[in-house]
Design a protein around this ligand. Sequence first.
Ligand SMILES: Cc1cc2nc3c(=O)[nH]c(=O)nc-3n(C[C@H](O)[C@H](O)[C@H](O)COP(=O)(O)OP(=O)(O)OC[C@H]3O[C@@H](n4cnc5c(N)ncnc54)[C@H](O)[C@@H]3O)c2cc1C
Length: 390
Amino acid sequence: MGFQISKEQQMIQQMAREFARKELAEKAADRDKNHEYPADSLKKMGELGLLGMLVSETYGGEDMGTVAYSLALSEIAYACASTAVIMSVHNSICCGSLERFGTEEQKETFLRPMAAGEIIGAFALTEPEAGSDPQSMACTAEKDGNHYLINGTKRFITSGKNGGVTILLARTAPTGSKGITAFLITPDLPGFEVGRVEDKMGQCASDTVDLNFTNCRVPASRMLGKEGEGFLVAMSGLDAGRIGIASLALGIGTAALDEAKKYARKREQFGKPISEFQGIRWMLADMAMDVEAARLLVLNAAATKERGENCTAQASMAKCYASEMAQRVTGQGIQIHGGYGYTKEYPVERFYRDARITTIYEGTNQVQRIVIANDLMKDQKKKRKNKTAA
Ligand SMILES: Cc1cc2nc3c(=O)[nH]c(=O)nc-3n(C[C@H](O)[C@H](O)[C@H](O)COP(=O)(O)OP(=O)(O)OC[C@H]3O[C@@H](n4cnc5c(N)ncnc54)[C@H](O)[C@@H]3O)c2cc1C
């Protein structure tokens, strides 16, 4: 199986590459160090169409398809993983959920400005006691006339502080997946506040925060989808979200490989460039194989999604493999840089820290393996059902 990237997809990739290397690459280290949100770069990304890549033209988006989106996101991550995670949550999950489940009014109010990059989206599922098992969430939304009263805390929310709209998942019934409902939250709502800001290992230019709700009054018109459809809203964005994180990890891995190649050619020991030592060449060869394997899995998942086929297992495989590749390859990148790789003088140190979270968010890699194994075993389940029915 081979992949033919179309001329148009190549042009989009090239546009994202030029933007990322000119606009983001130089600023990435400082932004990471100062925990500085990339607001001005995001504005430019909006103007280039990079924040409405999957939104239909009806709502001002570019409708470029998942493959082009994946290629562009990898380019952004190559230069700045913090900006890439903001882009991923915004495009894959927030814009996607709004387009699928939003009312016309919600799409005009939120999706259109999101596609233009005027509003950045956040997605609030995780809670202090509910991570891999989101159904155990405790945040509640209680009906109060034409409003809902929200109470609870959401944790680890990307763009929760700097974003303009958050898709919140809360319980409208005490148990079950059908007891969860999605709401669109804006910072102006009474009873809503941004809580603690995480001091993270990597991706430090992207904010990760608690969102606190204390009798927060949300108009019923802000419900996204129907009451009880929140889990469906959350799950429907997962495949795209995982392809997004896989593409992001691929971008980091590719950057680490390129930096390692560059350094190996330049650094001399024993009177010659270290790139001439077999130990280094084999490490570079292993890194290149790993990056290429991840690239094929990511493109396969993106192309499967773009064809409209079920891509749940492919998205999990891509996310799982690409994120673990990024950890291996950034570690090898540091090794090739020797002691310098452990310092902030070279970007591989940041790549290593940025890569670490990719095996955790958007479903940990243990969860991805559960998804992949469930897909492998689904025939067995069907057979058992048929037998019981007979
Ligand atoms: C930087 C960052 C950004 C994030 N952004 C967002 C965001 O925008 N929105 C959002 O809602 N969340 C976000 N998250 C939360 C993230 O998705 C969760 O951290 C993740 O899903 C894991 O949940 P947890 O941290 O509670 O770990 P836990 O679920 O407590 O897991 C702890 C460990 O147990 C393992 N484990 C759990 N269940 C099983 C099982 N059944 N089988 C095997 N192993 C298992 C996990 O794999 C993990 O190794 C973000 C987190 C971080 C750190």
